[in-house]
Ligand binder design. Structure first.
Ligand code: GEK
Length: 260
């Protein structure tokens, strides 16, 4: 990922009216800084994609990265897997994101198969895939669209395919949720965001980012047909789940396939 990214200062001055958050040019320019300072565990989750792929991805299979933004998921995979191991398709609705992702992926991983598509992930015609990455994207779809989205991804996955779903989550209990949100704001403060920035960003995301509980995610995955789903990561109110379609059993003690 290009580090020629600006520091996120979008909400640093008082705004009369805070507009709904959108992934426009202004956000794209500071996105790597914004996501690193705003999403607990972002780098660790990216770092695990290659390890999960090595263990579960059929050699040479297609990997969708939905809501790929600047293609960080693709860069993480290409950094860990050989060019023959997978074919990456990054999809995003924001033209500014896709343009930057396309450029970065071509520059940084010229030997890998790295495609980018500007599209709404709800309406894409999916080809069979061995892995789907939904890193902090489902949370931006209207809640009413999430069930059908997960069902479509289940259908697109090959038997043995794997879905990695990372999301901002809401805790079941009010008290627990309030504690997690407060500590999340502490986390943002510690990463250099002011109280004004935190509160204006919160307003901008109201009704744009609507988090589900982990139980809601697991129930939806089960309804779609995933045979098994594990929450493998949680840091404050951010979590990642891995879900398997008709899993071909793999010996957990065996070394990951060397060719991947
Ligand atoms: C990363 N996964 O760096 N169709 C396609 N894209 C969409 C849609 C949609 N309907 N709705 C939102 N997006 C990335 C981070 S960011 C998360 C993902 C965040 C896109 C939107 O344009 C944005 O690029 C991305 O989903 C969400 O690993 O900013 O918190």
């Amino acid at each position: 990922m290009s580090d020629a990214s600006y520091r996120d200062a979008i909400f640093s001055t008082p705004l009369d009216r805070v507009a709904r958050f959108s992934f426009d040019e202004q956000v794209v320019a500071c996105f790597p800084d914004m996501i690193r300072r705003s999403v607990p565990g972002y780098g660790q989750i990216l770092g695990m994609l290659g390890l999960i792929a090595r263990r579960h991805l059929r050699h040479g299979a297609r990997v969708y990265d939905l809501g790929c933004s600047l293609g960080a998921g693709g860069l993480a995979l290409a950094g860990q897997l050989s060019p023959e191991a997978f074919r990456y398709v990054g999809v995003d609705l924001s033209p500014a994101m896709v343009a930057r992702a396309r450029e970065t992926l071509a520059d940084e991983c010229p030997d890998h198969s790295m495609a980018t598509v500007e599209a709404d992930i709800r309406r894409l015609d999916y080809e069979p895939a061995g892995m789907v990455v939904l890193n902090f994207t489902l949370q931006f779809l209207p809640p009413a669209d999430r069930e059908a989205m997960v069902e479509r991804l289940f259908t697109a996955l090959e038997p043995g395919g794997v879905l990695v779903l990372s999301e901002k989550i809401r805790a079941e209990g009010e008290e627990e949720n309030a504690w997690l949100v407060e500590r999340y704001h502490d986390f943002k403060r510690a990463n250099g965001y002011s109280d004004l920035e935190i509160s204006q960003k919160r307003t901008a995301l109201e009704n744009v980012l609507v988090p589900d509980t982990l139980a809601e995610h697991h129930a939806r995955l089960a309804r779609a047909g995933f045979s098994r789903a594990h929450t493998w990561y949680q840091f404050l109110n951010f979590a990642s789940v891995v879900a398997f379609k008709n899993e071909a059993f793999k010996d957990a003690t065996a070394p990951a396939s060397p060719e991947a």
